[in-house]
Design a protein around this ligand. Structure first.
Ligand code: FES
Ligand SMILES: [Fe+2]
Length: 379
């Protein structure tokens, strides 16, 4: 058994803890262990139920390099299957979204109902002892909570409600389940998946990296919520009253989300559901990021802008949406420059474990502590 020196130094309180050993951000061996322990062995975010509004609508992507498809059945249930044909292993549906009446294999034409049952098997009559019921799609553990779909590949992660313990109550004012996606885009960043989510969950870089956009919009945030589930969340009030989602506030600001009152009506909650889902729930919008590691130094990102469903129907929404998109694009571009340089620096033989700013980086520490505890059991 190999040990990563310095693993234990991550686990103390934020005031004394060290950051993760740099090898966690580039080592192929650690990446292999992550896939097993974090991405196969835990609950992983896999899109939004709203995308699968009707029977037959599906979303295909990978978790831990394993092709999966989430599909809504005729009975209204969302199920997740291995996206692999039971005949000779063909990938059934290409990555992305679509709508099918049945899942038909493009290779030899085996067909599966939306509940995974094998229903069509051309020219198989003369095969002996072949029962279709033995060759249904492999179903993966899945659950929908607050509109997010979660999957657990190895089926041994325990209850999703333990994983998300406290999540629903904490986010209830934002009514996450009712929010709808107005726009989304996918892109790749040349950095480790952890770096990408870490920068989204700390306030320390804002002044330096986003001086013209959101460098001075937030007050110092509250400490992270005391949480037992596998996520971290910090709320922070805005400096000025109003949206932090647009650059030109006077003309384009959307109304307050209906459930927000008091302090919540002028702030943003940054939450990170381990390992791969993070969002900023603000007064008027929610920015969601879902990541898929491509390899140790490259990350696929699915980014969404989400709003109240009624507001999306309102007059002039499209023009206002464009300004929210523009602001997010500028901010993301600023982060990506830093992230790709951080990946280069952290991959150096001279990179060392660093220290945290306790007020402005506690969520990064909370994640790294969770990660170190989970990973050090296997490394
Ligand atoms: S591999 Fe799917 S029908 Fe042959
Ligand atoms: Fe940033």
């Amino acid at each position: 058994m190999r040990t990563v020196a310095g693993w234990d130094k991550v686990k103390g309180p934020v005031e004394t803890a060290y950051t993760l050993p740099p090898s966690c951000y580039f080592s192929p061996d650690i990446y292999t262990s992550e896939r097993k322990r974090i991405f196969s062995g835990g609950w992983v975010s896999f899109g939004r139920a709203e995308d699968l509004g009707n029977a037959g609508e599906y979303f295909a992507s990978t978790v831990s390099d394993t092709p999966l498809v989430a599909v809504r059945g005729d009975d209204g249930e969302i199920r997740v299957f291995a996206n692999t044909c039971r005949h000779r292993g063909m990938q059934l549906l290409s990555e992305g979204r679509g709508c099918v009446r049945q899942i038909a294999c493009p290779f030899h034409g085996w067909g599966y109902a939306l509940d995974g049952a094998l229903t069509a098997t051309p020219r198989m009559k003369s095969s002996i002892d072949f029962n279709k019921s033995d060759f249904g799609l492999i179903q993966i553990s899945s659950a929908v909570r607050e509109g997010f779909i979660f999957v657990n590949l190895d089926g041994a992660a325990g209850s999703v409600d333990d994983w998300l313990s406290g999540f629903s109550d904490l986010h209830q004012p934002w009514n996450l389940e009712a929010l709808r996606t107005a726009s989304q885009r996918e892109f790749r960043v040349r950095c480790n998946w952890k770096l990408f989510l870490e920068v989204f969950n700390e306030y320390y870089h804002l002044k330096k990296v986003h001086p013209g956009t959101f460098g001075s919009l937030y007050q110092d945030p509250d400490p992270p919520e005391p949480i037992t589930g596998c996520f971290v969340s910090q709320f922070g009030e805005h400096v000025k009253k109003g949206s932090v989602g647009v650059l030109e506030k006077d003309h384009n600001e959307l109304p307050l989300l209906p459930g927000l009152t008091g302090r919540l009506s002028n702030g943003t909650r940054y939450s990170w559901v381990y390992p791969n889902l993070s969002f900023a729930a603000s007064r008027d919008a929610l920015w969601m990021l879902e990541v898929t590691p491509i390899d140790p130094t490259e990350t696929q990102v699915r980014m969404r802008l989400m709003f109240d469903a009624d507001v999306m129907q309102s007059r002039g929404f499209a023009a206002k949406l464009a300004t929210y998109e523009e602001r997010m694009k500028i901010g993301m571009a600023e982060d990506i420059v830093v992230l790709e340089a951080q990946q280069i620096g952290v991959s150096s033989q001279f990179a060392r474990q660093g220290r945290f700013c306790p007020e402005l980086e506690p969520s990064v520490h909370a994640f790294q502590k969770w990660y170190a505890e989970r990973m050090s059991a296997v490394i």
